[in-house]
Design a protein around this ligand. Structure first.
Ligand code: NAD
Length: 484
């Protein structure tokens, strides 16, 4: 049975990946039902895919920009034409509610058009020379084979935001999706790019977990690893890549501060908070994870947020309309429960939620949180809003900066100039004034600071440099005479 059928039926998918590693299950998180299985790629098979991509890359890099742009534009059309299939898999395999899936798909379509347009960008610059008659060129060249390793929470977007610009710049790509989103973030991408006319050997896809991922990282013929995932795995990838000076683009974890100052509009702040904390069950790197609230407005803010949380319905996004779907797996539900229980044992109070029905976790608001509690210190990746209070602006900034992670942050204030000033004091790669922390616009450079990444950026104009190397070529008409 093909993956296009399983989305609409109750049969089990036995998708032939063409690999011989151990088969793993594709499980529907809302029901625990096994939807199908697929064989993982072994390290040897990963090496064979990399070799095929390496051999195909020079010809791909030499195609005209019109050819590459045409394929990328047709891929955007393929995404749009297959929207229902994609939404169904995103709901069933990854627990995405429909609006989240629709936003993700639209962002991918825009990414594809942007990547198509970027094939037309200048491939370098001319510089003047200190030597008369010399032409100095800075030329962008493809990296070669780019390994893209993606997580399961926005499986399509977090793969494509690297796959598409890498292809546009003339690289071959080997994609390793998370096993929990192998259809949405792997098989569908591979098949729709093939349908758009991408030569088969220019894109490889490796189903499986750490083994094929590590093979990509360690292989001498991958020139770059674009990784989105946890800080722990990102750190180990950075260490491996440093040994061979392999280029990396690392987009890692977050524990994002959401500051509410005493002059904030509480209706808007609590709306932003509910969205930033509970969207996609809080399983977003930019989740509003630490609510740092001025003591004078804490009560009003907390009440408003509890009310919003109580109005949310948690269910199965494939069969019913709901605000929140399931957490991705039972381990994640246990981890979130443990973070809450450990914080409660240290004095925190659960005001609403805190309970889970299988992987269906109620949106949770926790008050009386302190900076020593696990809910403050750790990335939650579940629908929990921990609230900590402060007295002075300085205290708010130190609480915001008291994390080794620095991905996103937000500040709510009635004075946008004050917000802009404070944004400059927060150690995070992205800060939003009078909004929440979950923001992604495909054309704006995106990324974190500190342990949230290698401070590289993906998105918009920076993609041209992110997915290429630079070469300096200088040309003289005649040879030069040196003093000896
Ligand atoms: P993870 O690091 O466990 O897995 C991510 C990917 O890495 C998966 O494809 C996985 O199979 C692969 N992988 C696992 N071990 C590997 C290894 N040793 N070598 C190579 N590849 C390996 O991440 P996760 O916990 O599943 O995802 C959630 C994390 O991702 C959170 O920390 C979240 O904040 C982060 N994230 C970051 C961003 C961002 O843009 N900064 C976006 C989404 C998620």
């Amino acid at each position: 049975m093909h993956y296009t059928d399983i989305a609409q039926t109750h049969f089990t998918l036995n998708y032939s990946s063409g690999f011989s590693g151990k088969a793993f299950d594709i499980t529907e998180p809302a029901t625990g039902k096994v939807l199908g299985n697929i064989n993982a790629a072994t390290s040897d098979e990963a090496a064979a895919v990399i070799a095929k991509c390496k051999a195909a890359q020079p010809e791909w890099a030499n195609t005209t920009f019109e050819t590459r742009a045409g394929i990328l534009r047709r891929f955007a059309c393929q995404l749009a034409e297959n929207a229902e299939l994609i939404h169904t898999w995103n709901a069933r395999e990854c627990g995405s509610i429909r609006p989240k899936s629709e936003w993700e798909l639209q962002a991918c379509i825009e990414q594809a058009y942007m990547a198509a347009a970027q094939t037309q960008a200048p491939s370098g610059e001319l510089y003047p020379s200190v030597i008369p008659g010399r032409k100095n060129m800075r030329v962008r060249i493809p990296v070669g084979v780019v390994g893209v390793i993606a997580p399961w929470n926005f499986p399509l977007l977090l793969a494509l935001r690297a796959v598409l610009p890498a292809l546009a710049m003339g690289n071959a790509v080997v994609l390793k999706p998370d096993p929990q989103s192998v259809i949405t973030g792997g098989v569908i991408i591979q098949e729709l790019l093939a349908a758009a006319g991408l030569p088969e050997s220019v894109l490889g896809m490796l189903p499986g977990g750490a083994e094929p991922g590590q093979a990509l990282v360690e292989h001498n013929d991958t020139g770059m690893i674009a990784f989105t995932g946890s800080t722990a795995v990102g750190r180990s990838i950075a260490q491996h890549c440093a040994k061979t000076f392999k280029k990396t683009s690392l987009e890692l974890g977050g524990n994002n501060a959401f500051i509410v100052l005493e002059d904030a509009d509480i209706t808007s702040a609590s709306s932003c908070a509910a969205w930033g904390a509970f969207l996609h069950q809080g399983q977003i790197c930019m989740q509003s994870g630490r609510h740092i609230v001025h003591e004078s407005v804490a009560e009003a803010y907390t009440q408003a947020l509890v009310e919003r949380a109580n109005n949310l319905y948690v269910g199965n996004p494939f069969t019913e309309q709901c605000h929140l779907g399931p957490l991705i797996n039972p381990m994640q539900a246990n981890k979130v429960t443990a973070l809450i229980n450990d914080s409660v044992s240290m004095g925190a109070k659960v005001l609403t939620g805190g309970s889970t029905d299988g992987q269906l976790f109620r949106p949770t608001v926790v008050a009386d949180v302190t900076a020593e509690m696990p809910l403050f210190k750790e990335e939650i990746f579940g629908p929990v809003a921990p609230i900590i209070t402060f007295k002075t602006e300085q205290e708010a900034i130190s609480l915001a900066n008291a994390s080794s992670l620095g991905l996103s942050a937000s500040i709510h204030t009635g004075n946008s100039a004050r917000g802009e000033y404070l944004a400059g004091l927060i150690h995070a790669g992205m800060v939003h004034v009078n909004d929440q922390t979950v923001n992604n616009e495909y054309h704006i450079p995106f990324g974190g600071l500190k342990d949230s990444g290698d401070a590289g950026r993906i998105g918009g104009p920076v993609n041209l440099d992110e997915f290429t190397h630079t070469k300096w070529i200088s040309v003289m008409d005649k040879g030069i005479q040196y003093p000896f």
